[in-house]
Write a protein that binds this ligand. Sequence first.
Ligand SMILES: [Zn+2]
Length: 164
Amino acid sequence: MQNYVSPSALQEQLNEIAFLTNNPIRNASDEIFRKVAEQKHITDSQLASLYHLYPGIFEKALDLADTNTVTKFVSGAKVLFQVTGSAGFPYICFEDYCSCPAFANSSIMHSDLLYCKHQLAVAVVQALNSATPIQVTEEQFTQLACVDRNRKVVAAMTPNKGFR
Ligand SMILES: [Zn+2]
């Protein structure tokens, strides 16, 4: 019975997933990034749309993408990104996850910000294919993901450290 999930709990989880995948802002920006990847460049109107979708956030994301702060690590089929923020603090980004406090506070707790600036920076870099992948071993890959997770626990225990 340990792994039993009640139908109502399951429905709740499905609703949450549906909300995430059906969010119109996220869908709109995903569509823009898909087109950018096709065109291999970003147009002024696409930039304007992204500024509009993520006011105050996309500008910072573009800065991060422009200043080579996004590093792509690859191990087999697995990919993770390390994004060094403006304070020099590196965060780990997967497609649907970022280790930064903004993602934890807004995306998970309130669902009002589906991409943080680090994820948007990754989306720009991915769409423009501008990051040179660094090949790592399976072990190094796991270490990269876990080291960050451990640090996040420490950051969560000591508020005012690593929050900005
Ligand atoms: Zn983030």
